[in-house]
Every structure is written in C-alpha cells, then in structure tokens.
Design a protein around this ligand. Sequence first.
Ligand code: SF4
Length: 432
Amino acid sequence: MSLQLLRGRELKPPLRPVPQPDLRPSPPPQEAKQIPSIGRAPRKAALRFPVNPDTRTFYRRFYPGTSVTEWNDWHWQFQHRIRSLDELARIFRLSDDEREAVVQHTGPLPVGITPYYASLMSRDDPAEPLRRTHIMTRAEGIRMPGESDDPLGEDHDTAAPGIVHRYPDRVLFLTTGTCATYCRYCTRARAVGNPGGEYQFSPKQWEKAFAYLEAHNEVRDVLLSGGDPLSLSDERLDFLLGRLRAMKHIEFIRIGSKVPMVLPQRITKALVRVLKKYHPLFMSLHITHPREFTDESREGLARLADAGIPLGSQTVLMRGINDDIAVIKPLMHLLLKNRVKPYYLYQVDPIRGSSHFRTNVHKGLEIIEGLRGYTTGYATPIFAVDAPGGGGKIQIAPDCIVGRDGDNLLLRNFEGDVYPYPDAGGTLGTGK
Ligand code: SF4
C-alpha cells in the first residue's frame, strides 16, 4: 500500500505530478490555456447577461474594441485574466508595496483577476477590500508563529490523490488547481495556480479518487473543491458529477466555488443544465463583501437558485475587509435576498503570510453577537475556526448559559438580560 493510501498521523508526502487529462486532447501546461478546451463555442443567445453601468464604463475604457458578447463569454474573461505586473499597472495605480510584492512573487497563488472582477475594484485605493484581497502586498512575506503552508493538515489526511478524508462519512475532493481569481488569503495557497508544480489535479488523477470512493462506501458526502470546480469545462463537470452520482452510497454532493462572484458569466444556461442532472446538489459559495453583489452576480445566483440548487455562503472574516458589523450585516442580508443562506463565517486559516488579514477570535464573536437577535435568524451564520493540524471545524458561539438556580437554568438573551428556563433534573450551569 502506498503512503498516499495510509491513514494515520505520520507525515505524508504531497501529491506527485501526474500526467495531463485523457478526456480530450491535452492543453499545454500553462494555466491560462487549460480552460479553453470547452468544446463547442456557446451560442450568442447563451451569452446574454447583464452588464452593470460601472463595469460597462470600465471595459469600454480598458478593453476597447471588445464586444459585449465577448465580455459576457466566460472563456474570454478567463483567457483575459490579469496575470502580470504590466497588466495590473495598465489598470491600477499600484502602490510601491503592491508593485514590489508582485515583482518578488514566485510559486503558487499568482496574481489572477478576471477583467469583470477588476471592474469592481478601486483603481486608486490599495485599501479597497476587493483589491486588497486580490493584489498581493509585501505583508505576504511575513511569517508569524503558528503559520504554515498547510495549516489544516490536508496533506496528512490525503487518503488518495485529491481526496482528503478527515471526517468519518465525508470527503473533500480536490478536483483542479485552477481558480478564476486568486484570493490572497487562500487556505490552499500552496496548491493553486501552479501548473507543473508539486500539486497536480486532472481527470487521470480523478480515476484514483473514484477508485478510493468506490471502495469506501462509508462516504456519503463529497465536497468538490480545488481550486474552483466551476473553472472546469461543462464536459468535465458532467463527467465528474456523473461518476460520483453513479456511486449509490454517495448521497450528498456539494460544490465549493467563488465563481458566481468573480466570474458570474460562467453560470451559463448550459452549465445549469449539467448541474440540474445531479440533484441533490448543493453549493457552498465563497462571498466576501457587499461590493461583490452586482447585476451580474445576482443573475448568476438566480440561475443557480432557479435550478433548485440550495446555496450556502462561506465568508472569511478579514481585518480591514469585512470585520465590521456595518459590513457583515448588509452582506448577510444581501445573501438572503439572493437566496443564499449565510452558512459559515470563518477565521482566516493560519497560512503563511496571512497575519495582516487575521482578526482575533473575539472580533468574530462580537460580530455574531451583533447579528443574533438583532436580525433574522437565517441571516446569522455559524462562526467557526478550522483547527490547525486537522482538528476540523470548531464552532464558536457566544455563551448564553450564565448559571443555575435550583431547577432553573439561567440563560442570557441577545440584550444581556437573564431569564430562568425550567430544567428540572439538569446539571447545565452548575459547572459539573
Ligand atoms: S477561489 Fe478559493 S481556492 Fe481559489 S484562490 Fe480563492 S479561496 Fe483559494
């Protein structure tokens, strides 16, 4: 048995490179050329998508000669991602800090921003939230105690190539190393955006993952992640979902994605037709800030919700980005208005170079206390820390049990008032 298949607490080597896909002619190994192997060009009607006025002004200025059909084609957006210092400098007034960080950067998690998402960012202000989370600064070079490349111990819990099997009945399936945009706080910074690097994900690797899942019928829940699974072509997603659905023990499939917010044009009617074939299919959407809600992202979310896909959000709490109830509360309301259930609010994982984004844990509790009772229960997410070393998600909630008075449990409400609740025979609140 190979080390990859062993479970246990000893260190495992990272996944080795595997050959490129065999489902279709292999594209060259540059990441920007991985996606266009999509098959037929989409029909014009399928490209109809709203363009918000600010974005329209942006693309006319920075992408003159681009037709609205091209702009709304997700392949065009993907192929024209901003990947270099020159491209950044053409659009943004870069600070010295940003400029130096981009020049010095090597390895995974490169700069990668769709033109659409760039249109939502400030061109002048490096502190603007969407820009700060996507254009690197030199703070990424500072490694604080407790930070590491793989803080969640995913390599350790890798049971087969791309399969992280930590919990008894569910697995994380890393399907691709490609994303539409690269977030500077990414938990998988070590593994994404680095074709030919240490971590490789491909349909050939998927076969090993399928073999593992077929042999493990205790797995009833598969979360597809990466990278971003929606950066895969419709054909590959169809194949992937079809293979998983054919395994009778897999009851629940989720796709984790940031695409609806950074490349909403990807939510084509053809994609939706593929996804609808594999119900029950859920989606966990990575959504950071109210500025991500536009005519375009609303349309993408509506298409997914109309297809009957339950949508939940995951928001990473970040210093100076969204660590304010005045930002989080409207964000939660926007999610609900767009049929996305606020699901998780996360602490930033302690990846190397992420301390400039990390709040203390108390800040998250403060935000939950600012939501709970003050707005719709559905608008209150679970606040969680993903425990370093593979401990899994740990929910952190404000303490509402204040003590006990005989048969009454004493509970604190959202306004801080204490109420007795009849709880004969209970021991909660006694410290026992
Ligand atoms: S989209 Fe997700 S996987 Fe990709 S860089 Fe952002 S956080 Fe990481």
